[in-house]
Design a binder for this molecule. Structure first.
Ligand SMILES: Cc1cc2nc3c(=O)[nH]c(=O)nc-3n(C[C@H](O)[C@H](O)[C@H](O)COP(=O)(O)OP(=O)(O)OC[C@H]3O[C@@H](n4cnc5c(N)ncnc54)[C@H](O)[C@@H]3O)c2cc1C
Length: 425
């Protein structure tokens, strides 16, 4: 393959050239925003847009999920989860040694006295999600993919309900309307749910995406129609020059004024090329999507015991969630899929799992469960936008808006001080 240099800013007078690495939900929303602000934008991904973590998530626009997942309550439950074969957390023991420094910081962050402030920071990203997605979807002609909805979090025991109360109270304090419901109300709302579930939280004022992959593809398609350039190549290096950056692939070198790194869980590997080591890990998650489910849900339902979400997607009923700590290179773990199948069947008796798809996705997670959204430590031409862990879909629109501020060197519209990478270095 011959090598060439492609100038991302040729033919432009007024604008700067921006290259975005990563065509997941964060990257595509960022790319279209930048294009609409008048920049000359090149989006680059090694694969088809939306084929990373943004492909198979549970689709929930989790506006009220701002309480950090690493909290004393979740950490204290973790050992019990690890012991249960179908529990929500698993570790590949051969990977444990590698992950110990990250895990240490993760646990430390969970017991810090800054949980409330971290939650407030995250809420700036999650809060406006539904409204921002409605506007964006209308502008890329896929409004049908964004569904305004309530959702349920359901439990088998009263103990589990009570454990979730402090999280729900934090959400109520911000004005979310959340009702505690009994078994009869659960049956009325979701007749096909197992009668084992006797308690629930009915959480109003949310939204979900009926097909997360289709959303990325629709935004990407419109980006190209409006003049954005898409290149499907693997980025192998980033070279920093005085007045430019160069994005290197096996085929070419792309010269660009500004560079946005939105490569999800793979972002740290790219950034390592600039001699900065970011302790980014992955919380691997799984889904099965039952294409002929034979049971139905009217809204997303979070299974509160095993921590996965069942979502009535356009293509079928999707069960997505759980966390596996095993890094980016280990293959899909069939035991996790089997476990998800068992848990889904227990959640919805009569569920037909015969015709179902299976998927592994890599959530990008920093030890304090906050994303990184900032300029690079010593180079304001490079902007980071990754690490949204369980909330990347929800947070994408506001993240992209902030990235547009950083590219234009404007004051960011929200307080991003907690998202600065310097906290991790
Ligand atoms: C099971 C599960 C359920 C989830 N449910 C929800 C939910 O209900 N709501 C929610 O808000 N979030 C949810 N999430 C989280 C959400 O899916 C992620 O946070 C989000 O998709 C991350 O988006 P991203 O654009 O940062 O990364 P990605 O979608 O992973 O995109 C990164 C892209 O970078 C590309 N890339 C990487 N390296 C290179 C390279 N060297 N060169 C070129 N391209 C490269 C990849 O090919 C990829 O396309 C869930 C995640 C999982 C796993």
């Amino acid at each position: 393959m011959h090598s060439s240099t492609y100038n991302a800013d040729k033919n432009t007078e007024k604008t700067s050239s921006v290259t975005v690495i990563g065509a997941g939900i964060v990257g595509v929303v960022t790319a279209i925003n930048l294009l609409r602000e008048g920049h000359k934008v090149t989006l680059i991904d090694r694969a088809k847009p939306g084929s990373g973590c943004s492909f198979g998530n549970a689709g929930l626009l989790a506006r009220s999920s701002f309480v950090p997942l690493t909290s004393p309550s979740t950490l204290l439950q973790a050992p019990g989860w690890l012991l249960r074969p179908d529990g929500p957390l698993s570790v590949r023991w051969s990977y444990l040694l590698k992950i110990i420094p990250w895990l240490y910081n993760y646990i430390k962050a969970g017991f810090s006295n800054e949980l409330e402030q971290r939650g407030e920071a995250v809420y700036q990203l999650t809060g406006p999600s539904v409204v921002m997605f409605e506007q964006l979807a209308a502008s890329v002609d896929c409004s049908d993919l964004v569904v305004k909805t309530d959702y349920l979090q359901v439990y088998r025991t009263r103990g589990k309900l009570l454990k979730a109360e402090s999280d729900m109270n934090a959400r109520r304090a911000l004005g979310f309307n959340i009702n505690t419901v009994d078994a009869d109300k659960l049956r009325e709302l979701e007749p096909d749910l197992s009668a084992d579930f006797k308690y629930g939280h009915h959480i109003l004022g949310h939204g979900y995406i009926k097909d997360p992959e289709a959303l990325v593809l629709a935004i990407h398609q419109q980006f190209c129609l409006e003049g954005g350039v898409y290149i499907q190549q693997t980025v192998t290096d980033i070279v920093q020059r005085v007045d430019k950056c160069e994005v290197v692939t096996a085929e070419q070198s792309i010269s660009t004024d500004k560079l946005v790194i939105a490569a999800g869980a793979f972002s740290a590997r790219l950034i390592a090329a600039t001699n900065i080591n970011i302790p980014l890990e992955t919380e691997r998650g799984y889904h099965i999507t039952c294409l002929s489910a034979e049971v139905r849900l009217n809204r997303p339902v979070m299974e509160g015991d095993n921590k996965f979400l069942a979502t009535p997607m356009q293509m079928g009923l999707r069960f997505a969630g759980t966390v596996e700590l095993a890094g980016l290179d280990a293959p899909l773990n069939r035991r996790r899929i089997k476990s998800l199948q068992r848990s889904a069947s227990k959640m919805m008796p009569g569920l037909n799992i015969d015709n179902s798809s299976e998927w592994l996705g890599f959530r990008p997670t920093l030890s304090d469960s906050l994303p990184v959204i900032c300029t690079a430590p010593d180079n304001k031409r490079i902007i980071y936008a990754f690490g949204h862990q369980h909330l990347g879909l929800t947070c994408a629109p506001m993240t992209a808006a902030v990235v547009a501020d950083l590219v234009a060197e404007r004051q960011p519209r929200i307080d991003i001080s907690r998202f600065d990478v310097k906290r991790l270095l």
